[in-house]
Design a protein around this ligand. Structure first.
Ligand code: CUA
Length: 312
């Protein structure tokens, strides 16, 4: 949060800085006053001279002055907070990029909305965006309440079943920004992470163009065998791979799985070894996860992993 990379996060960071500075000054003044007061009371008790005690009028003045200062500080906080709320909720822009994010236990579905249905892009756990363009997120949930939180880019926003929430931001610089579900949503809440990957507009266009394509059919025999295992087994019941017969919607879309940097909602690097471990026994990595374990011969697992990792 203290390394903001969007106008919205900058605004939140400024509010935080102002609050910290004012609160620190108040804290120091209160502590110094306490020390001075205690010291004077101690001296009075030793000298037994009541004439040095502050008069009622002085006490009254101190109380009125500190009350007025407190109210003034609260008004400053209030003003800053209203200004920040206005900044973090910008008006919809005509060139905004609309992305629907759906929370699931315990992963993120990401849909790029386009007036032309052919240009729809579906992915999971990684949100690619261009820098400098307003992003408008439409947040939904299929099960329980989740919360979308990328500290470097925006404040939190809940994903509530049956309700649409919106969140807007604009990323300043290309980079990878970690996000995390910020509302307890069950067993694997802590392992419900994701990444926002910000590209230059050109790089983003290339990414989106490659994601619009269907999966390329496997060319070598190992990957062909992997595809067969995927389509004939239970995988295709829950997962979609556009361009094949697999059309499940319960789990993440795998059409371009090989192009992602992580699997299992940001928990594991996307490597052959990790994907193999995940397919065999996901419950060892994320206990309670909805994906069942799979019993596969070593050769079959190798073919399946080769097929999936080849889906760039
Ligand atoms: Cu989803 Cu916590």
């Amino acid at each position: 949060m203290i390394h903001p990379s969007s106008p919205q996060a900058h605004s939140i960071d400024t509010l935080w800085d102002v609050s910290l500075i004012i609160s620190t000054v108040v804290y120091v003044v209160v502590i110094i006053s306490l020390i001075i007061g205690t010291y004077r009371a101690y001296r009075r008790s030793r000298s037994n001279d009541s004439s040095v005690a502050p008069s009622d009028l002085t006490l009254k003045r101190v109380v009125v002055a500190s009350t007025l200062v407190t109210v003034a500080i609260l008004i400053v906080f209030l003003g800053y907070t209203f200004a920040t709320i206005k900044d973090v909720n910008p008006k919809p822009a005509s060139d905004e990029l609309r992305i629907q994010v759906v929370g699931h236990q315990w992963w993120w579905e990401v849909n790029y909305i386009d007036p032309d249905p052919q240009n729809y892009v579906k992915t999971a756990n990684e949100i690619h965006v261009p820098t400098g363009r307003p992003i408008s997120l439409e947040l939904l949930s299929r099960d329980v309440i989740h919360s979308f939180f990328v500290p470097a880019l925006q404040g939190k926003m809940d994903l509530i079943p049956g309700r649409l929430s919106k969140l807007q931001f604009k990323v300043d610089t290309p980079g990878v920004y970690r996000g995390q579900c910020a509302e307890f949503c069950g067993h694997q809440h802590a392992f419900m992470a994701f990444y926002v990957v910000a590209h230059s507009p050109n790089d983003f266009y290339q990414w989106v163009y490659s994601q619009r394509k269907s999966a390329s059919p496997p060319s070598d025999s190992l990957r062909k065998q992997g595809e067969k295992i995927f389509l004939s087994g239970t995988c295709a019941v829950c997962h979609n791979i556009t361009g094949t017969l697999a059309g499940g919607t319960l789990g993440p879309d795998l059409t371009h799985l090989g192009s992602r940097t992580t699997i299992a909602a940001g928990i594991l690097d996307n490597t052959d070894a990790n994907l193999g471990r995940w397919i065999l026994n996901p419950h060892k990595i994320k206990p309670g996860v909805r994906m069942p374990s799979n019993q596969l011969a070593e050769n079959d697992l190798r073919a399946l992993v080769a097929y999936l990792e080849g889906l760039k």
